[in-house]
Design a protein around this ligand. Structure first.
Ligand code: UDP
Length: 140
Protein backbone atom coordinates (compact mmCIF):
# COMPACT_ATOMS: atom_id res chain seq x y z
CA UNK A 1 0.00 0.00 0.00
CA UNK A 2 1.20 3.46 -0.88
CA UNK A 3 1.60 6.39 1.48
CA UNK A 4 -1.04 8.89 0.38
CA UNK A 5 -2.34 12.28 1.38
CA UNK A 6 -5.99 13.31 1.57
CA UNK A 7 -7.89 16.47 2.45
CA UNK A 8 -10.08 16.47 5.53
CA UNK A 9 -12.40 19.20 6.75
CA UNK A 10 -13.93 19.26 10.21
CA UNK A 11 -17.21 21.02 9.45
CA UNK A 12 -18.98 23.87 11.31
CA UNK A 13 -21.36 21.59 13.24
CA UNK A 14 -18.31 20.01 14.89
CA UNK A 15 -16.36 23.21 15.60
CA UNK A 16 -19.58 24.68 17.09
CA UNK A 17 -19.83 21.73 19.51
CA UNK A 18 -16.09 21.92 20.33
CA UNK A 19 -15.46 18.29 19.35
CA UNK A 20 -12.55 18.77 16.93
CA UNK A 21 -10.22 16.92 19.31
CA UNK A 22 -12.55 13.93 19.51
CA UNK A 23 -12.60 13.76 15.70
CA UNK A 24 -8.83 14.14 15.37
CA UNK A 25 -8.43 11.33 17.90
CA UNK A 26 -10.47 9.03 15.63
CA UNK A 27 -8.27 9.94 12.64
CA UNK A 28 -5.00 9.43 14.52
CA UNK A 29 -6.19 6.17 16.06
CA UNK A 30 -6.88 4.92 12.53
CA UNK A 31 -3.23 5.55 11.63
CA UNK A 32 -3.70 8.85 9.82
CA UNK A 33 -1.22 11.63 10.59
CA UNK A 34 -2.16 15.34 10.54
CA UNK A 35 0.61 16.86 8.40
CA UNK A 36 -1.10 20.26 7.89
CA UNK A 37 -3.95 21.94 9.69
CA UNK A 38 -5.61 25.32 9.93
CA UNK A 39 -8.83 26.70 11.40
CA UNK A 40 -10.49 29.07 8.95
CA UNK A 41 -13.76 30.86 8.30
CA UNK A 42 -14.57 29.99 4.68
CA UNK A 43 -15.88 32.77 2.47
CA UNK A 44 -18.94 32.18 0.32
CA UNK A 45 -16.70 32.11 -2.76
CA UNK A 46 -14.31 29.58 -1.20
CA UNK A 47 -17.15 27.26 -0.20
CA UNK A 48 -18.81 27.55 -3.61
CA UNK A 49 -15.51 26.84 -5.33
CA UNK A 50 -14.73 23.87 -3.13
CA UNK A 51 -18.12 22.26 -3.81
CA UNK A 52 -18.35 23.40 -7.47
CA UNK A 53 -18.85 19.79 -8.58
CA UNK A 54 -22.20 19.85 -6.71
CA UNK A 55 -23.33 23.19 -8.21
CA UNK A 56 -26.38 21.69 -9.94
CA UNK A 57 -27.47 19.56 -6.99
CA UNK A 58 -30.59 20.60 -5.04
CA UNK A 59 -28.66 20.73 -1.77
CA UNK A 60 -25.89 23.04 -3.07
CA UNK A 61 -27.09 26.40 -1.69
CA UNK A 62 -27.93 24.99 1.73
CA UNK A 63 -24.59 23.16 1.82
CA UNK A 64 -22.64 26.34 1.05
CA UNK A 65 -24.62 28.29 3.70
CA UNK A 66 -23.84 25.55 6.22
CA UNK A 67 -20.13 25.52 5.35
CA UNK A 68 -19.82 29.28 5.98
CA UNK A 69 -21.98 29.19 9.14
CA UNK A 70 -18.91 28.89 11.38
CA UNK A 71 -15.22 28.02 11.37
CA UNK A 72 -13.89 24.82 9.86
CA UNK A 73 -10.63 22.96 10.47
CA UNK A 74 -8.95 22.05 7.20
CA UNK A 75 -6.36 19.29 7.36
CA UNK A 76 -4.03 17.23 5.23
CA UNK A 77 -3.92 13.64 6.46
CA UNK A 78 -1.10 11.29 5.53
CA UNK A 79 -0.85 7.53 5.82
CA UNK A 80 -1.12 4.20 4.07
CA UNK A 81 -4.12 4.24 1.75
CA UNK A 82 -5.13 7.56 3.35
CA UNK A 83 -7.99 8.40 0.96
CA UNK A 84 -9.86 5.14 1.49
CA UNK A 85 -8.92 4.87 5.16
CA UNK A 86 -10.30 8.34 5.91
CA UNK A 87 -13.54 7.54 4.06
CA UNK A 88 -13.83 4.38 6.15
CA UNK A 89 -13.32 6.22 9.45
CA UNK A 90 -15.76 8.97 8.35
CA UNK A 91 -18.65 6.64 7.49
CA UNK A 92 -21.46 7.12 4.98
CA UNK A 93 -22.65 10.60 3.98
CA UNK A 94 -25.97 10.09 5.76
CA UNK A 95 -25.22 9.28 9.43
CA UNK A 96 -28.28 7.01 9.50
CA UNK A 97 -26.48 4.76 7.01
CA UNK A 98 -23.03 5.04 8.60
CA UNK A 99 -21.46 2.00 10.26
CA UNK A 100 -21.16 1.81 14.03
CA UNK A 101 -17.96 3.39 15.31
CA UNK A 102 -17.56 5.84 12.44
CA UNK A 103 -17.22 9.59 12.95
CA UNK A 104 -20.48 10.39 11.19
CA UNK A 105 -22.46 7.70 13.01
CA UNK A 106 -21.19 8.94 16.37
CA UNK A 107 -21.05 12.72 15.82
CA UNK A 108 -23.02 13.89 12.75
CA UNK A 109 -26.23 15.84 13.24
CA UNK A 110 -27.76 15.24 9.78
CA UNK A 111 -26.92 14.33 6.18
CA UNK A 112 -25.84 17.97 5.69
CA UNK A 113 -24.24 18.70 9.07
CA UNK A 114 -22.22 15.49 8.97
CA UNK A 115 -19.11 16.73 10.81
CA UNK A 116 -16.39 15.86 8.28
CA UNK A 117 -15.36 16.03 4.64
CA UNK A 118 -12.86 13.64 3.08
CA UNK A 119 -11.55 13.49 -0.49
CA UNK A 120 -13.07 10.61 -2.45
CA UNK A 121 -10.17 9.84 -4.80
CA UNK A 122 -6.42 10.41 -5.01
CA UNK A 123 -6.93 12.82 -7.90
CA UNK A 124 -9.52 14.88 -6.01
CA UNK A 125 -7.30 14.78 -2.93
CA UNK A 126 -4.44 16.41 -4.83
CA UNK A 127 -6.72 19.15 -6.15
CA UNK A 128 -8.43 19.75 -2.80
CA UNK A 129 -5.12 19.89 -0.93
CA UNK A 130 -3.82 22.47 -3.42
CA UNK A 131 -7.06 24.46 -2.96
CA UNK A 132 -6.18 25.12 0.69
CA UNK A 133 -2.46 24.55 1.22
CA UNK A 134 0.85 25.37 -0.41
CA UNK A 135 3.47 22.61 -0.38
CA UNK A 136 5.58 24.40 2.24
CA UNK A 137 2.65 24.33 4.71
CA UNK A 138 2.58 20.53 4.66
CA UNK A 139 5.12 18.95 6.97
CA UNK A 140 5.22 15.16 6.92
N1 UDP B 1 -25.08 16.72 1.29
C1 UDP B 1 -26.34 17.21 1.63
N2 UDP B 1 -27.44 16.55 1.16
C2 UDP B 1 -27.36 15.44 0.39
C3 UDP B 1 -26.09 14.95 0.03
C4 UDP B 1 -24.97 15.61 0.50
O1 UDP B 1 -26.44 18.22 2.32
O2 UDP B 1 -28.41 14.88 0.00
C5 UDP B 1 -23.88 17.43 1.76
C6 UDP B 1 -23.15 16.68 2.89
O3 UDP B 1 -22.63 17.65 3.80
C7 UDP B 1 -22.06 15.97 2.13
C8 UDP B 1 -21.70 17.00 1.07
O4 UDP B 1 -22.96 17.56 0.69
O5 UDP B 1 -20.98 15.64 2.97
C9 UDP B 1 -21.00 16.47 -0.16
O6 UDP B 1 -21.77 15.41 -0.68
P1 UDP B 1 -21.08 14.07 -1.19
O7 UDP B 1 -22.12 13.31 -1.93
O8 UDP B 1 -19.81 14.42 -1.92
O9 UDP B 1 -20.79 13.27 0.15
P2 UDP B 1 -19.43 12.96 0.96
O10 UDP B 1 -18.36 12.67 -0.04
O11 UDP B 1 -19.13 14.17 1.82
O12 UDP B 1 -19.78 11.76 1.80
Amino acid sequence: MAIERTLSIIKPDATRRNITGKIIDRLETAGLRVVAQKRVQLTQAQAEGFYAVHRERPFFNDLVSFMVSGPVVVQVLEGEDAVAKNREVMGATNPENADAGTIRRDFAESIEANSVHGSDSAENAANEIAYFFSECEIVG
